[in-house]
Structure formats: structure tokens, C-alpha cells
Design a protein around this ligand. Structure first.
Ligand SMILES: C=CC1=C(C)/C(=C/c2[nH]c(/C=C3N=C(/C=C4\NC(=O)C(C)=C4C=C)C(C)=C\3CCC(=O)O)c(CCC(=O)O)c2C)NC1=O
Length: 244
């Protein structure tokens, strides 16, 4: 269901950036669960290029039971630009959740004016697909913008309006990236390193997907996937355990 979203991103990345693959730790790049009636696979891709230090995306294919496309793009540490976050989920025929945002690293007015205000026009253009859904797992005021697209919607809207919205949001993100001037003051760069690291920690600690990964692929695999691939700059909550 979300393959066109993945392909659109992949094509853009390949045509516009000098991508180098980043190694995904053994066993985490692909996994299949053959138990039950419906096999489920999870596959991930990871790249780097001079402007974007980590580009990762994951597709979960469980046929009609589960279709998930998740991606985070981390700009290089010289760019204070928000992260591009995409989380598109469908479970069964009815339960569809879409989230798309430029995830701000800072919340001061100048930052929001520079990187978040440009999204307003898109949020207005797609106000018919966006909803004011309340967040249960995350704090909407941390690493989310007020112009995020967040909705529980139907398949037809996803394939039509949502796909158009996704293309427009991505285009804007590439424009902001092209216009961004890399910072070279080590103090500025350190601030961005820390902010991106805090994002990983926050996200790993709250990720509502860890139960999903555990149920499909086992707890041990799920923990590795979270801390060694998705949010590799995060430290597991129970630090100091043997084997860590
Ligand atoms: C492969 C990794 C991965 C998957 C599969 C994943 C799934 C995932 N994301 C969810 C919610 C969500 N996901 C997001 C947003 C994001 N989530 C993101 O990973 C990113 C980048 C954004 C930013 C756009 C939000 C806002 C919710 C709703 C959570 C809430 O209500 O607080 C849920 C809960 C859905 C429900 O309400 O039942 C799951 C299972 N999260 C992951 O990290």
C-alpha cells in the first residue's frame, strides 16, 4: 500500500544526492516471520551523502494485516534543519494512521520561522486530510511541528490526497535543504549533534512500535532493531545490564 511512497523517496534520493550505502547491522536489514497464516517481512535501507548524514527507511509487509512505511532523514551535523519524519501505518483494512512532519530540533521563534513556517501553506492546502488527533505516546510539543500531517484515514485518501501531500512536503524539504547554509562554528555543530542525539533517545524511549516489533520478530530482535539501527545514538533505558 505504501510502496509508491517508498519508491518516490528512493527515486528522488538517487537522482539528487551522491548516496553511499550505510551498513545495517547483521540480521537487522531483513527479517521474515513465517509463523501464523500471514508471513510478515521487514526490510530496511540506509544511506548517507554529504548533506544528509543518515537516511533510513523501513517497510513492513504483512499483506492485508500490516503495511508500514517509516522513514527518518537526519541532516548532516552542520545543518540545523529539522529531521524529515514519515510514519505511515495500516493494520487490517480499517486502521490507517499517517504521520508526516519536519521534526524541529529547536523551538525558538527564529528557528520555527525559518524551518516550520514554510510548511504552513502546505498544511492549509491539505487541511482536508490533516486532523487534530491527540498524541498518546509522544508529546506533540517535542520534536513535532504544528503543521504536521497527522490523520487516521481511509485507503482511498491515502493513495490520492495523502500521496500528493507527501510529494509536496518532500519537495519543500528538499528546497529548505538546498537553501540551508552549513554552520561551521564548532559550538553550533555541537549543539546540533546533541539535539539529534536527544531526538534518538526520546524516540527510542517512547517508540510505540517496540511492542509491534516484539510480537512479530521477538523481544531481543526488537531491542536490537531499536537501539542498533533505528535510533542508534540512544542508550537503552536499563543501562549497565550484562551484555550491553
Ligand atoms: C520502523 C519504525 C517505526 C514503526 C514501524 C513505528 C510504528 C508506529 N508509530 C505509531 C504512532 C505514531 N507515530 C508517530 C510519528 C512518527 N513516528 C516515527 O517513527 C516518525 C519518524 C514519526 C514522525 C513523523 C506519531 C505522532 C504517532 C502517534 C503516537 C501518539 O499517539 O502519541 C504507532 C502506534 C499506532 C497506534 O496508534 O496504534 C506505531 C505502531 N514507529 C517507528 O519508529
Amino acid at each position: 500500500m505504501y510502496r509508491p511512497f517508498l519508491e518516490h523517496l528512493q527515486q528522488k534520493l538517487q537522482s539528487s544526492f551522491d548516496l553511499q550505502p550505510l551498513t545495517i547491522p547483521a540480521g537487522l536489514d531483513y527479517r521474515a516471520n513465517e509463523r501464523g497464516r500471514q508471513p510478515t517481512t521487514i526490510q530496511s535501507w540506509c544511506y548517507t551523502c554529504p548533506e544528509l548524514r543518515k537516511i533510513r527507511y523501513t517497510y513492513i509487509d504483512g499483506g492485508e494485516n500490516a503495511q508500514v512505511f517509516n522513514s527518518v532523514i537526519y541532516p548532516s551535523h552542520g545543518y540545523e534543519l529539522p529531521l524529515l519524519g514519515v510514519d505511515l501505518l495500516s493494520f487490517g483494512k480499517k486502521k490507517n494512521l499517517i504521520v508526516l512532519d519536519f521534526q524541529p530540533l529547536f523551538r525558538d521563534e527564529a528557528y520555527l520561522a525559518r524551518y516550520i513556517e514554510p510548511m504552513r501553506i502546505l498544511r492549509e492546502r491539505y487541511s482536508d486530510v490533516a486532523q487534530d488527533v491527540e498524541m498518546k505516546f509522544y508529546d506533540a510539543n517535542q520534536y513535532f511541528s504544528k503543521y504536521l500531517l497527522f490523520a487516521r484515514t481511509d485507503a482511498e485518501t491515502i493513495e490520492g490526497r495523502m500521496f500528493a501531500a507527501y510529494c509536496d512536503y518532500l519537495d519543500l524539504y528538499w528546497q529548505l535543504l538546498a537553501a540551508a547554509v552549513p554552520l561551521d562554528d564548532p559550538e553550533d555543530v555541537r549543539r546540533i549533534v546533541k539535539a539529534q542525539k536527544d531526538y534518538d533517545q526520546y524516540s527510542a524511549d517512547r517508540d510505540p512500535a517496540s511492542g509491534l516489533f516484539s510480537s512479530y520478530f521477538g523481544h531481543e530482535w526488537a531491542e536490537r532493531f531499536l537501539y542498533e539501527f533505528l535510533f542508534e545514538d540512544a542508550v537503552p533505558l536499563a543501562v549497565g545490564q550484562p551484555g550491553r
